[in-house]
Design a protein around this ligand. Structure first.
Ligand code: NAG
Ligand code: NAG
Ligand code: NAG
Ligand code: NAG
Ligand code: NAG
Ligand code: NAG
Ligand code: NAG
Ligand code: NAG
Length: 315
């Protein structure tokens, strides 16, 4: 300060004014506060300069002018949503003041998730809703949507209102078959900054379990199999609700409604299976090829005697 007082160059003195003289010689600790609604709060204001008096001014109780070098602003229960920043002031020949930013918060009374239809159809779009009751300040609120443990969406709010509000966040989803049985939940988080509680307070809805209906779809629409004694055709395919099956082939004489056909009913040739549920159907073709020994027993019986005959005739 002494150095500054000796400097007459205008540009430098401007710097001095901003850098030193303009700074109010008050330390506020902490420099800002985050208070849960109804909780106590106390903030110190101190100075190292000699002065004629300092005090706190606030809409919720101040500290009258005092000659002490440390004065404390105290509130036993902070219950004013719209509190103006209190400020500490000092008179040391000049007068100046430092304001204290105050954030009053409240975690929500409840967080709930809902949807018109918990049963969904693959590929259609659905809306889920998260209702948050009685939370403040909404500007610090984030709604996180989770599917299982995966964060799928986030909403924040720009409203500047400081008192508690109800808020709704919506999630649009287009579920696929992999989402059948998925648990969806919304989590609200109050991000109150470094001065706020750590970790940031969160509240989570109950999980909502969704059911997704989807039609059967085979990963391969054709399958070529070599004949063997224990060959079987398996048309089993995932579908919700479960598929019903029908088989078509010139080699089948009976109606078959199971998803698997065992060897006793089969012979080489082509087979078509149709898997169906209320959303649609999916066909799968099977071809059973005869590579070797398709009628093993038959050929042994027939060929072996001939070989024997040939053999004996050579002898
Ligand atoms: C305020 O000052 C008093 C006295 O020095 C001290 O006990 C207290 O911890 C201080 N509070 C804060 C928030 O710094
Ligand atoms: C809810 O799902 C059921 C069954 O899928 C359907 O009949 C109904 O129309 C759906 N309602 C709405 C509002 O989507
Ligand atoms: C929030 O919702 C509750 C219950 O529906 C209602 O009583 C309350 O007045 C609402 N609060 C605001 C700020 O709208
Ligand atoms: C919300 O979470 C806070 C802590 O994060 C907890 O104190 C409070 O009870 C929770 N509220 C509800 C309705 O579960
Ligand atoms: C589907 O067919 C491909 C090639 O035709 C084959 O590599 C794959 O193993 C088949 N998958 C199944 C499940 O049969
Ligand atoms: C048919 O295939 C399904 C799924 O690929 C499998 O779970 C099932 O065990 C198979 N059935 C037989 C009899 O091989
Ligand atoms: C069986 O299917 C294969 C391939 O789709 C085709 O080439 C063959 O002609 C079919 N055989 C019969 C007997 O229909
Ligand atoms: C399945 O077989 C039928 C008749 O054998 C044929 O019309 C159809 O195109 C085949 N489908 C596939 C995917 O090979």
């Amino acid at each position: 300060m002494r150095f500054c007082g000796l400097v007459y160059l205008s540009a430098l003195s401007q710097l001095c004014l901003r850098g030193t003289l303009a700074k109010c010689p008050l330390q506020i600790t902490p420099q800002s506060v985050v208070v849960k609604y109804g909780d106590p709060v106390s903030v110190n204001c101190s100075t190292s300069v000699t002065h004629m008096g300092m005090g706190w001014e606030s809409t919720v109780g101040g500290v009258p002018l005092s000659t002490a070098s440390l004065i404390t602003w105290r509130v036993s229960e902070l219950t004013d949503w719209e509190i103006q920043p209190p400020f500490c002031y000092i008179n040391y020949g000049k007068q100046c003041e430092v304001a204290l930013p105050v954030t009053v918060y409240k975690t929500p009374d409840s967080v709930s998730i809902s949807t018109v239809n918990q049963t969904m159809i693959e590929g259609n779009q659905y809306e889920l809703q998260c209702d948050v009751y009685n939370v403040a300040p909404v500007q610090k609120l984030t709604v996180n949507w989770y599917k299982g443990e995966t964060l799928v969406d986030q909403t924040s709010f720009t409203d500047t209102i400081k008192s508690p509000v109800n808020k709704t966040s919506k999630l649009l989803i287009r579920p696929d078959r992999a989402d059948d049985g998925a648990q969806i939940r919304c989590e609200v988080e109050l991000n109150l900054g470094e001065e706020g509680p750590q970790p940031p307070p969160t509240n989570t809805s109950e999980p909502l379990r969704i059911t997704v209906y989807y039609k059967p779809k085979h990963s391969n629409s054709t399958e070529i199999i070599s004949w063997s004694n224990d060959v079987s055709l398996n048309c089993t395919v995932k579908a919700n609700p479960a598929a019903v099956y029908s088989w078509h082939s010139e080699h089948l004489t009976e109606k078959i409604s199971s998803s698997v056909i065992q060897s006793s009913t089969l012979s080489p040739g082509n087979y078509t299976c149709i898997a169906t549920n209320f959303l649609g159907e999916d066909k799968k073709n099977f071809t059973i090829n005869c590579v070797t020994g398709c009628h093993g027993t038959f050929w042994t019986v027939l060929v072996f005697p001939q070989l024997l005959v040939a053999f004996t005739s050579i002898l």
